[in-house]
Design a protein around this ligand. Structure first.
Ligand SMILES: *Cc1c(COP(=O)(O)O)cnc(C)c1O
Length: 383
């Protein structure tokens, strides 16, 4: 992967962007397939614009790698994937009213059903039998038909005229050791449901209960598909003491902006009484166009928030609506247009997503949601 060059003049009117490493995505996909086993189907979770990495580019990469299906709850993202010419099956997680089914079918999207109103809408809207997935709530308490009612519900849906049950799935994400046991128990109950359906002659082609948390701790089940999200993007989904994120690689390689201004200040005690000068240690400040509007959040009081330039950690002095101002300390060989690393590696140092999130008192996924939709994505590697 080529290093971003200092002479690259991309985004001159607003030089701030995210760098997405599609080779890392491909490597993470290969690692997931290795962990799950070669016969296991991968339904790649691309929800929330592929966890902020860009649904269309990641859909292209994953389709090129032969993923069995894509999944998202965002109709807007699903339409963007179809408009880009990608024909890989897309399982919709939900998020729709029964009346939305007509649009789903128009775009060749596979609905998930977990109530009779939506199942009926599929059968009423479809002209020929169409595939659906059924989501079972095995303990999460979010979307899904409650497990005790699932057997009867699935049989009722199976009897509808223009509905083919292609898959049944559940989702039991967790963060800690107690959650891991809870997830295992839920998956056992889910497996018992599927076995019961099979024993009575209702064979479900695709079953799936395992997502990133389970895969991180090496918990596979009896299903023939997995639906990972976090791990595809190199994002940990369990606490670090439970499992290590290595060998999964971050797909968000960096967030960068370019220096639009260098403030030079005389050694005047009067200046030290106001503005960013109160905290400034060096004679110069740097400014990049990456403020609150661009997704950078105010660091918590006392957090050692910094940016990287020439491999040096330079303290953030403040973040305003449209700009981030930092202390250049004793650096003097800087120029307008220099690349400033807000997240990612520079020289021997690296600001990780977890570190940035920690400074700002949020989680890695919150950072991705903050930046996505505000900053352009620049892609590296295979699409
Ligand atoms: C988000 C989601 C997944 C993927 O979960 P990760 O923890 O990101 O791997 C799988 N299944 C469902 C139903 C989801 O909503």
């Amino acid at each position: 992967m080529p290093a971003p060059s200092q002479t690259d003049t991309g985004f001159p009117t607003h030089p701030a962007w995210m760098e997405i490493d599609l080779d890392a995505l491909a490597a993470n996909y290969a690692e997931l397939q290795r962990r799950a086993g070669p016969s296991i189907k991968i339904i790649a979770s691309l929800k929330a614009n592929a966890y902020g990495h860009g649904a269309v580019a990641t859909a292209k990469t994953l389709s090129g790698l032969g993923t069995f299906a894509l999944s998202t709850g965002s109709f807007r993202d699903a339409v963007a994937i179809r408009d880009a010419g990608i024909t890989t099956p897309i399982v919709m997680f939900g998020g729709n009213l029964p009346d939305g089914i007509a649009d789903y079918l128009d775009y060749d999207l596979i609905p998930t059903v977990y109530n009779m109103a939506t199942a009926q809408a599929v059968s009423d809207t479809a002209k020929t039998p169409v595939p659906v997935y059924i989501k079972v709530d095995a303990g999460m308490g979010r979307l899904g038909i409650a497990l005790p009612e699932a057997d009867a519900f699935i049989r009722r849906v199976a009897a509808l005229p223009r509905v083919i049950i292609e898959g049944v799935y559940t989702h039991l994400s967790f963060n800690d050791a107690v959650g891991q046991e809870w997830s295992k128990r839920g998956i056992d109950r889910f497996n018992a449901l599927i076995a019961g359906l099979r024993d009575s002659g209702l064979d479900i082609p695709v079953t799936q209960a395992v997502a990133s948390s389970n895969l991180m701790v090496g918990h596979m089940d009896g299903s023939n598909a997995i639906c990972p999200g976090h791990l595809l993007y190199g994002l940990p989904s369990v606490a670090p003491d439970l499992a290590d994120i290595a060998p999964f690689q971050p797909v968000l390689r960096s967030v960068r902006a370019r220096l639009i201004h260098i403030g030079e200040f005389p050694d005047d005690p009067e200046l030290k009484t106001g503005g960013y000068h109160v905290k400034r240690q060096g004679p110069r400040t740097g400014v990049v166009p990456l403020g609150l509007y661009d997704g950078y959040r105010k660091p918590q009081d006392g957090a050692p928030a910094a940016v990287l330039l020439q491999g040096r950690r330079l303290p953030v002095l403040g973040v305003s609506l449209e700009h981030l101002t930092f202390d250049l300390l004793d650096l003097d060989n800087v120029a307008i247009g220099d690349d400033v690393v807000v997240l990612g590696a520079d020289g021997d140092d690296c600001i990780t997503l977890a570190e940035l999130a920690n400074w700002q008192g949020c989680r890695a996924i919150d950072e991705l949601m903050n930046f996505d939709g505000r900053l352009p994505h620049r892609y590296y590697g295979s699409t």
